[in-house]
Design a protein around this ligand. Structure first.
Ligand code: SF4
Length: 383
């Protein structure tokens, strides 16, 4: 039996997390939200695999209408992922069990409105419609004010861990002041070490708040599973974490493997089948890819991620990070820390090298260009 932090409880539909309740395993639909038959099929497949909570992204009004239609046809515990358009919550709150918002995305719409007003609006809707909230902080889209304040700070600040934790603490305090306590928090990064550091820091400051754990853009199995299990072992093994998502780059038909991977990790941790030392091959090739969602801009994304993995195998012994993302919304930010970053558009794949954009290349050209850039990094004289 795992020892767990004695957090508050948070009710999410028929599921309750925190304070000794079982750790809930969740996943997210990667189909286009507006494709109701395909999304319903994915919802069912995730439910059959044992998903406790299933998240769906809503970018615009058509997505919100599709989620309302899905609610009529599914009894799954539903969480909606509000992207930039936080006002969609008004349509969705009566139909879902949880609303996830990202503090870093609250700046995109109605720029002159203070974020506290926007959070108060979300909390009010959630309270009136029997919904939980998740404050979902992500390293690729941290609150810009927190990042700016951290500039010139210590190493934890520079690598975004501290800004993430500060943003999550600030939002938690504000929700508490509003009298809304039915929320959990997540602090995600693609690096297991940062996920461990951020969640430990947050849990030390606020041991009462349930945590949703995940390593974002962990990539394809098996390395994506390995990265995630390293973080989970070092957190859940110490009582931190109340719900988990394993983010894997998988074709739609295999998305349910995120659930079985999460269930196996929890069983292994409970049985003590864990590593004792955190070590994720930090001096080797690190391939990151997003788990895909309804915002993927070209169906070729999964295949592209697989091809990047195959073509770069020869570089295993080089400490180079390559990131492959499915869309232009999060792609640019999520590839900032990579040596080579790719993100998809409908017809082109964008390529960045150590923060500098190299251009947009057709799908049939991008791999060759990637080969060249990877070779140039490998052959660059060391300083
Ligand atoms: S990078 Fe874009 S496509 Fe990939 S999971 Fe994030 S939002 Fe979805």
């Amino acid at each position: 039996m795992l020892q767990r932090n004695q957090t508050r409880t948070v009710k999410i539909g028929s599921v309750t997390i925190g304070h000794g309740h079982p750790i809930a395993v969740q996943s997210m639909c990667a189909t286009k939200t507006t494709d109701v038959p395909a999304t319903l099929q994915q919802l069912r497949s995730l439910q059959q695999a044992g998903a406790d909570i299933i998240r769906i992204a809503a970018d615009h009004k058509k997505d919100a209408a599709a989620i309302v239609a899905l609610r009529q046809q599914s009894d799954a515990t539903l969480s909606v992922d509000l992207q930039e358009n936080y006002r969609l919550a008004e349509t969705l709150a009566p139909h879902v069990d949880k609303i996830r918002y990202n503090p870093g995305h609250l700046y995109h719409h109605e720029r002159n409105k203070p974020w506290r007003e926007k959070v108060a609006y979300l909390a009010d809707l959630a309270a009136r419609h029997d919904c939980a909230l998740r404050v979902g902080v992500n390293a690729g889209s941290v609150d810009p004010d927190k990042l700016a304040a951290a500039r010139g700070g210590d190493s934890a600040a520079r690598d975004s861990v501290l800004p993430m934790v500060e943003s999550a603490l600030e939002h938690s305090e504000w929700l508490d002041q509003l009298g809304f306590t039915r929320y959990c928090v997540s602090l995600k990064d693609s690096a297991p070490r940062k996920v461990i550091d951020a969640n430990r820091m947050f849990a030390a400051a606020r041991p009462d708040i349930p945590l949703h754990l995940g390593v974002t853009e962990a990539g394809m199995p098996p390395s994506g599973i390995e990265k995630t299990s390293i973080a989970f072992e070092q957190l859940i093994g110490y009582g931190i974490g109340d719900t988990v998502r394993v983010s894997l780059t998988l074709p739609h038909a295999q998305k349910h493997l995120e659930i079985s991977a999460g269930q196996k990790m929890l069983a292994d941790i409970a049985a003590g089948r864990v590593r004792t030392v955190v070590h994720f091959k930090e001096n080797q090739l690190n391939l990151i890819s997003c788990p895909s969602c309804s915002r993927v801009e070209n169906e070729a994304f999964i295949e592209l991620a697989q091809q990047v993995k195959e073509r770069t195998q020869y570089a295993q012994q080089h400490a180079i990070t390559i990131a492959v993302m499915g869309c232009r919304v999060n792609g640019p930010g999520e590839t900032d820390d990579a040596d080579l970053g790719l993100w998809c558009g409908p017809n082109y794949v964008n390529l960045k090298k150590r923060g500098k954009k190299l251009g947009a290349f057709k799908y049939e050209q991008i791999l060759e260009r990637l080969d060249e850039e990877l070779a140039s990094l490998i052959n660059a004289p060391t300083t």
